[in-house]
Design a protein around this ligand. Structure first.
Ligand SMILES: [Zn+2]
Length: 145
């Protein structure tokens, strides 16, 4: 990406939540394999993934276009919460980690300070990022303001 991202798009992985670091690493590997082998992406689709333990995993990272929201990847960063948040409740650790990541992205020039933040369902016909995570996006939005 030649310019800082203007949008942040929140996803969930829609698989069971990861509690341990090892479990998270295994799941990130599985998702990467699925995206590359089944969907023929160049790499894992998300820019970042976060576990319920608050550990952040780098997917494509900053400054690289992801493959997470068809038609919306050019100017956005895709962050996936690991778990199925139709049932799970996002932990404060995971939410704090995302807040820190976003602040870091702004400070490093990868993310516009007036970025817009969405849930995947705002942009496509999907349940993603789940009913329990979706309301938290409003809190992340008000942090930025
Ligand atoms: Zn999604």
């Amino acid at each position: 990406m030649s310019e800082p991202a203007k949008r942040v798009i929140i996803h969930h992985t829609a698989i069971r939540s990861s509690d341990t670091a090892q479990d998270c690493i295994t799941q990130v590997g599985r998702i990467q394999k699925m995206h590359m082998e089944d969907r023929h992406f160049d790499d894992i689709g998300y820019n970042f993934l976060v576990g319920q333990n608050g550990i952040m995993y780098e997917g494509r990272g900053w400054g690289v276009m992801g493959a997470h929201s068809k038609g919306h990847n050019e100017d956005s960063v895709g962050i996936a919460f690991m778990g199925n948040f139709n049932n799970d409740i996002p932990t404060s650790e995971a939410l704090s980690a995302v807040r820190r990541l976003l602040r870091h992205g702004i400070s490093q020039g990868y993310l516009c300070s007036n970025y817009a933040i969405f849930g995947h369902r705002d942009l496509a016909s999907t349940e993603c990022p789940g009913n329990k995570l979706y309301p938290e996006i409003q809190c992340l939005r008000s942090d930025r303001d």
